[in-house]
Unconditional design. Structure first.
Lengths: 425, 107
């Protein structure tokens, strides 16, 4: 037969995305916006489709939102965009030669495999745990997923019923946001931070002190330089207290570990992809395999000078997703914009622009006592980052300044009557 | 509770029955309205839920906060006097029949 001699048409296999969070959704939607017509499949290991994680430590935990408000897209919108969402699927292996991913059967879900033309890893991160004695007690929680937040919410309700305090281990963003939410609910809250100041790796010392005062003024018992010996467990198997190395025993009805996150890069490692504290990608989200890309919390971006940048943020997830979609379509869309981030605690909104590591000079713009101000980070006279409290205009201008590499003189930065946008000209 | 009508840039019109407390970004994304991204989840931090409030409803919608006015500087499409961030408008009976137009782009 003549058709056996002709070469077969290229088979459209499609894009498979491992993960169903913000980076996965961003990738899928950007592919459709760019008129990609092949199949797109999201394989998520949670029971739901893409949802907003930022409210989990705030409005969701306060009980001010329902699940529908957390979801990012209606199922019918995904269907209309022909984005095939499969939930409860935990991918176990990548076969890079055969270009397939496989997963094992779980309760109710059969195992399976899928072929890909391009594979996108959007596997996220998971909370770091601590090897503390007693950490396996009930009521020792972490926060990443909606299910985690529901468990935390139930734990807080239990604390309220029994009049027991919440102890937060780690004075980072998640821990401090949960502390603020718990204080708003009227719970007693202790925050234990090992370092001598809060958020010490990202904030200027003056802003760390400001946050310490903010939490203390809202009734949080804040312990800096805390060294934890072990967690105490009651006869019911539930955590009952936190013992410090100095002999202090803090009672606890619930313990939240907020000590950072670890990239979920095991699947990539097992497949032999370059990984270093995350799946190593370039500015377009490409991994060491030309058919595999990665986006979001699971990645570590290689910078031109060779160092690695790990960002865990909404912006990183959405922008890397868009870059990955472009790369799949053969286009260059590097994500090199100034990183930005925010945190809501009590009625104060922190908005951060830029990366502050290596700063040797800090300049306050505005009145820190008035609760609307910014703190700028400089290194050798060059602007690195600006952290703004209830000052969104400063924040947005700072993003533009940093995108351009423009540096207002420190004395101009320190003068709120001097329009920062002048430095853009 | 209020019926809110979204008109996308291509003319696609969707009317949504929105419970009190839901904001207009959530009402759009949860009901299949395209043209609203809401990347930050409603934190007034990303400016990707830009909408134009129909002129005859401007007086019924609570005015924008300073934070929202600042973020509106960052919208991708043209900013107009009736520009708002959908995540900062919460449904209530006073907004019954509200019509919002969505811009061509959010990014």
């Amino acid at each position: 037969m003549s058709d056996t001699a002709s070469s077969p048409a290229p088979k459209v296999v499609g894009v498979v995305i491992v993960g169903a969070g913000q980076a996965a959704l961003s990738t899928a939607e950007a592919l459709r916006t760019a008129q990609y017509t092949g199949p797109i499949t999201l394989l998520g290991d949670e029971s739901t489709g893409p949802y907003h994680r930022p409210p989990l430590s705030k409005a969701w935990l306060s009980g001010e939102m329902d699940a529908g408000q957390l979801q990012m897209r209606a199922p019918e919108m995904l269907a209309r965009k022909q984005i095939d969402l499969r939930t409860g699927v935990r991918v176990q292996a990548i076969d890079r030669t055969a270009q397939t991913v496989t997963w094992a059967a779980t309760e109710g879900e059969p195992g399976g495999s899928l072929s890909y033309t391009h594979l996108v890893l959007a596997t996220g991160s998971r909370p770091r745990t601590l090897p503390l004695p007693g950490a396996d007690a009930g009521g020792v929680l972490t926060l990443r997923t909606q299910a985690d937040a529901s468990a935390l919410s139930e734990g807080l309700a239990r604390c309220a019923r029994q009049g027991l305090p919440l102890v937060v281990i780690g004075g980072g963003f998640i821990g401090l946001e949960v502390a603020a939410t718990a204080r708003k609910k009227g719970l007693a809250v202790t925050v234990l931070e090992a370092a001598p100041r809060l958020l010490g790796r990202v904030l200027a010392p003056a802003l760390s002190d400001w946050y310490a005062e903010l939490h203390r003024s809202h009734g949080v018992d804040l312990v800096l330089g805390a060294q934890i010996a072990k967690l105490e467990m009651g006869s019911d198997g539930w955590v009952s207290g936190v013992a410090l190395a100095n002999g202090t025993l803090l009672p606890a009805g619930l313990v939240l570990l907020g000590v950072g996150a670890v990239a979920n890069d095991e699947l990539a490692q097992a497949a032999g992809l370059a990984c270093e504290r995350g799946i190593v990608v370039d500015a377009c989200g490409r991994t060491s395999d030309p058919n595999i890309l990665a986006a979001g919390d699971c990645t570590a971006r290689r910078l031109p000078e060779g160092s690695l940048l790990r960002l865990e943020s909404v912006q990183n997830a959405t922008e890397q997703g868009k870059s990955v979609a472009a790369a799949i379509l053969g286009q260059e869309r590097p994500f090199t914009a100034t990183p930005w981030f925010w945190s809501d605690q009590y009625d104060r909104k922190l908005q951060m622009a830029g990366l502050s590591a290596g700063a040797d000079q800090w300049v306050v713009r505005g009145d820190m006592a008035a609760s609307s101000f910014s703190v700028a980070h400089y290194r050798q006279g060059q602007l690195l980052a600006v952290d703004s409290i209830n000052a969104p205009k400063d924040h947005l201008t700072a993003r533009k300044l940093l995108d351009k590499g423009a540096t207002p003189a420190p004395e101009h930065m320190a003068d709120p009557s001097w329009e920062l946008a002048q430095a853009l000209a | 509770m209020a019926n809110i009508t979204y008109i996308e840039a291509n003319g696609q019109t969707t009317t949504v029955h929105l419970a009190d407390g839901w904001n207009l970004m959530q009402g759009a994304t949860a009901n299949g309205v395209d043209g609203i991204l809401g990347e930050c989840g409603g934190s007034c931090a990303c400016a990707t839920c830009h909408c134009y409030v129909a002129e005859d409803f401007l007086a019924k919608v609570l005015p924008a906060s300073d934070a929202e006015l600042a973020m509106l500087d960052n919208v991708a499409a043209e900013r107009r006097p009736n520009s708002r961030l959908a995540c900062q408008i919460k449904a209530s009976a006073a907004l019954e029949g509200l019509v919002v137009h969505l811009p061509e782009t959010q990014e």
